[in-house]
Design a protein around this ligand. Structure first.
Ligand code: ACO
Length: 324
């Protein structure tokens, strides 16, 4: 599997930490020192998850010069679909005119984009189609309780996309070299969102209602442990060390998590790409948006190797090493 192009879409509206100083019992100093976040983007009512996903997809398609009719599959990783059905992927498929594509959403919280990318790899390997659009799109402002200072300041909205192609030519660079996927459903209580209707119908009550509920310190510990283990496993499976890696794209939840992860992997800071200071945590959209920016930041060249690693609700985790 080769990445042909990347794309992104961030809402125009910038919400700085100063906004939360007026709304909640918090300070810019607390938010920045505990999370590394300075500002985030917030979607307007018209900027739906499907709209943001579509814009990111069009950005990627434009750069690749592929016609939408050639795309065989659209996968959208999201925890914030605008509707239960149609899926966000079906709405994107219609909006971009990918009339020959199968389309579905995948939900693995913040790990959703890597789960989707790895799934796309399996479809391409089995010759299901030639081109797949993999999107991470999130409107987290819709599921964040703006009165809860422990979560309100952390999340943002946006979308990223990659267009991938089957690559069976050994002379052409661009490959998924190794990956790791994992989950631990016994840790559901550290990070969850119960849709009020379905939870009521199933008599599930962990509290939290229709908003993200998180035990920050528990998530922090598990995120570091599982991301470090997963990344090490994937590097070993690829037969690589961190010295072979051009850049690491970690899930963008917290700068302190990224720093500890970099220490555990023994990766120099400058190899770890971050944009969470500008966008906050955009869940499944973090890695594709970061990839799109890292491509320019590091002037990625064919043959460069990139390590991506994520952790999210469920709990779930994933990592992958790609050759550009
Ligand atoms: N402003 C001021 N004080 C605050 C705020 C705030 N915004 N939020 C919490 N506090 C307070 C707490 O109430 C607590 O006060 P207390 O000591 O009087 O009880 C104190 O600050 C310390 O709170 P902690 O939770 O211990 O703070 P911590 O240093 O752990 O930072 C944070 C919290 C930023 C949430 C951190 O734990 C974290 O980033 N966790 C991981 C989040 C993550 O990785 N999420 C990824 C997955 S998201 C997904 O899948 C959708």
């Amino acid at each position: 599997m080769k990445i042909l192009s990347t794309g992104k879409y961030l809402p125009e509206k910038v919400v700085t930490n100063a906004f939360f100083e007026k709304l909640l019992d918090t300070t810019d100093e607390w938010i920045f020192s505990r999370s590394g976040i300075k500002e985030r983007r917030t979607a307007s009512p018209g900027e739906t998850c499907a709209y943001m996903g579509t814009q990111a997809a069009l950005d990627a398609i434009d750069k690749a010069g592929v016609t939408p009719a050639d795309i065989g599959m659209v996968i959208v990783a999201t925890t914030t679909p605008d509707t239960v059905f149609p899926s966000v992927a079906c709405q994107v498929q219609a909006a971009i005119g990918a009339k020959n594509a199968a389309a579905f959403d995948l939900q693995a919280a913040c790990s959703g984009f890597l789960y989707s990318l790895i799934l796309a790899h399996q479809f391409l390997k089995s010759n299901t189609c030639q081109y797949i659009l993999v999107i991470g799109a999130e409107k987290l402002s819709a599921i964040t309780n703006m009165e809860d200072r422990t979560t309100a300041v952390l999340f943002g909205d946006g979308a990223g996309a990659v267009l991938v192609q089957a690559n069976n030519d050994p002379h052409v660079r661009g490959r998924l070299l190794a990956f790791d996927l994992g989950a631990d459903g016994t840790q559901e209580k550290i990070l969850f969102l119960h849709n009020a209707n379905t939870a009521r119908a199933n008599a599930v009550d962990l509290g939290g209602g229709a908003y993200i509920t998180m035990s920050g310190q528990e998530v922090f510990k598990h995120a570091i442990t599982e991301m470090a283990k997963s990344a090490q496993k994937t590097l070993a499976a690829a037969g690589l060390t961190v010295d072979d890696i051009r850049c690491v794209i970690p899930h963008q939840a917290n700068m302190r998590i990224v720093k500890v992860l970099a220490d555990r992997l023994k990766v120099p800071k400058e190899k770890c790409f971050t944009n969470l200071e500008r966008y906050g945590n955009i869940s499944a959209a973090c890695i594709p948006v970061a990839l799109s920016e890292a491509e320019k930041h590091y002037h990625l060249q064919p043959g460069d190797k990139i390590l991506m690693v994520a952790f999210g609700g469920g709990v779930t985790w994933a990592s992958a090493v790609m050759e550009w």
